[in-house]
Design a protein around this ligand. Structure first.
Ligand code: FDA
Length: 389
C-alpha cells in the first residue's frame, strides 16, 4: 500500500495537514489508534471549540526557540481558518480576548475537517495501532493494524501526552528519538496547580473565583483565578502554569484595580468601616473573610496602624503562593516541550537531518497560551508541512 505521505495522528494538526496535502493531489494515509478522529477537538472549549484567537502573535507561544513559530503562523493565519469555517457555514462568535468559538457544537469543526479530507481523497484509518515504523531506501514503512504502508514522507502528528484517558500518548517523542531528533523535556502546561503547607487553608475556598493578576517571574496574566479543593485553577492560573517551574512562587494581586495607597485613603475617609466589610465590597465574601483573617486586621480601619494597613495593602497586591506541584497530565490542557525545534525547519516542519520526516502540532516544542492559540498552531504547522508533501 503505497502513498505519497503517511500522517500519524488524526487530531487537529493531522486532519489539517492531510486535507491540504490531499487537495494538492497527494495520496495521503491518515492513521489514528483512537476509534474516531479529532477527540480533543470534540471536548475543546467546553464542547464549543475555541478554534482560534484573533490576537495570535508569536509572543503568545512558548518554545526554546521563540522565533520558530513565526513563519508558519504568518503563512496560515486565524483569518485563513475563519474563512474555512465560514465556507462550511459554521456559526461562530468572539467570546473574549479574541477567542473564537462555535455557536454550536465542536463536532462541526471535526465534520468540516473530515469533509476537507474527503475532498482530498485522504485514506483515513482509525483503530490503527501503530506497531512499527522504519525507514530504508528513501521510504518510511508503517506497520499498523496488521498492514504495512509505505511512503517517502512521514508526518508525526500524534500530539502530546496530556489527558491520557483520551488516548493521548508520548508516542511522538519515542518516534522522534528513534530518528535521532532531540526532545525538549515535556511537562504539563495550562494545568491547575496544587497547594500544600500554609496555603492549604485556601482549599476551603473551593469553588470561589475572582478576577486577579497572577505573576510568575516577569510574566503576568490578568484573568480569573479559581480556588479548587486541591489548589488553584482558572484562566489566570492555567496561563501562568505554563511558565511556572517547580519551586517558584506565584504572586496574586487580588485587587488589581486599586490605586496605591487605597487602604490608607479608606482609613481616612471611613475610619469606622470594618476591614472585613471593605474587602467584601471588592471580593467574593468567602475570599474576603479568609484574606481578612490571615491579615489579622479584625476591627475598624481606624484602629489599625498606618504601617499595618500599608503591609496589608502590599500583601493583597502580591499574595504569595508556593505551589507544590500541578495536577499533571491528567488535567493539563496541553504539553509544553516536545520535539526540539532546532532539529526542524521552521518553514516546512521537516526534520533537518531526516529528509521526508515531518513533525507538527502539539508534538513539537511550541505551546500556545490558553484561548485558541494551540489550535491555531496545529492548523498553521499542519498547513506548512502540507505545502511540502
Ligand atoms: P491532538 O491531540 O489533537 O491529536 C493527536 C492524535 O494522535 C489523536 O487523535 C490521538 O488519538 C492520536 N495518537 C496519539 N498517540 C497515538 C499513537 N501511539 N498511535 C496512533 N495515534 C495516536 N486548544 C485550543 O486552541 N482551544 C481550545 O478550546 C482547547 N480546548 C482544550 C480542551 C481540553 C480538555 C484539552 C485536553 C485540550 C484543549 N486544547 C484547546 C488543546 C488542543 O486540543 C491541542 O493543543 C490540539 O488538539 C493539538 O493538536 P494535535 O493534532 O497536535 O494533537
Amino acid at each position: 500500500m503505497n502513498y505519497d505521505a503517511i500522517i500519524l495522528g488524526a487530531g487537529a494538526a493531522g486532519l489539517m495537514c492531510a486535507s491540504v496535502a490531499g487537495q494538492r493531489g497527494r495520496r495521503v494515509a491518515l492513521l489514528d489508534h483512537a476509534d474516531e478522529p479529532g477527540k480533543k477537538i470534540l471536548i475543546s472549549g467546553g464542547g464549543r471549540c475555541n478554534f482560534t484567537n484573533l490576537g495570535t502573535v508569536p509572543e503568545r507561544f512558548l518554545s526554546q526557540n521563540p522565533h520558530f513559530a513565526k513563519s508558519a503562523l504568518s503563512r496560515y493565519t486565524p483569518h485563513d481558518f475563519l474563512a474555512l469555517v465560514e465556507r462550511h457555514g459554521i456559526a461562530w462568535h468572539e467570546k473574549t480576548l479574541g477567542q473564537l468559538f462555535c455557536d454550536g457544537s465542536a463536532r462541526a469543526i471535526v465534520a468540516m475537517l473530515l469533509d476537507e479530507c474527503a475532498r482530498g481523497g485522504v485514506d483515513l484509518r482509525c483503530d490503527a495501532a501503530i506497531a512499527a515504523v522504519d525507514h530504508a531506501d528513501g521510504l518510511f514503512r508503517v506497520n499498523a493494524g496488521g498492514r504495512t504502508m509505505a511512503a517517502p514522507a512521514l508526518v508525526i502528528a500524534t500530539g502530546g501526552p496530556s489527558i491520557p484517558k483520551m488516548g493521548a500518548t508520548g508516542f511522538a517523542y519515542d518516534l522522534a528519538r528513534q530518528f535521532g531528533l532531540k526532545v525538549v523535556q515535556p511537562r504539563p502546561a495550562l494545568v491547575p496547580l496544587t497547594l500544600a503547607g500554609e496555603d492549604l487553608l485556601f482549599r476551603e475556598l473551593s469553588g470561589v473565583s475572582a478576577p486577579v493578576i497572577a505573576r510568575c517571574g516577569k510574566t503576568a496574566f490578568r484573568e480569573a483565578a479559581l480556588f479548587t479543593h486541591r489548589g488553584l485553577s482558572g484562566p489566570a492560573i492555567l496561563q501562568i502554569s505554563s511558565y511556572w517551574q517547580h519551586g517558584q512562587a506565584i504572586d496574586v494581586d487580588f485587587l488589581p484595580d486599586r490605586a496605591p495607597g487605597w487602604l490608607l485613603a479608606a482609613k481616612a475617609s471611613q475610619p469606622r468601616a470594618p476591614m472585613r466589610r471593605l474587602l467584601r465590597e471588592s471580593l467574593p465574601e468567602r475570599l474576603a473573610d479568609v484574606l481578612c483573617d490571615r491579615l489579622a486586621i479584625a476591627g475598624e480601619l481606624g484602629t489599625a496602624t498606618d504601617r499595618k494597613l500599608a503591609e496589608a495593602e502590599a500583601r493583597l497586591a502580591q499574595w504569595r503562593f508556593t505551589p507544590n506541584g500541578s495536577e499533571g497530565y491528567a488535567k493539563a490542557e496541553v504539553t509544553a516541550g516536545g520535539i526540539a525545534t532546532s532539529d526542524l525547519s521552521s518553514k516546512t516542519m521537516e526534520a533537518r537531518r531526516v529528509p521526508g520526516l515531518y513533525a507538527i502540532g502539539e508534538a513539537v516544542d511550541v505551546t500556545g497560551w490558553l484561548g485558541g492559540y494551540n489550535f491555531q498552531w496545529a492548523w498553521a504547522s499542519g498547513w506548512a508541512a502540507a505545502q511540502e508533501l
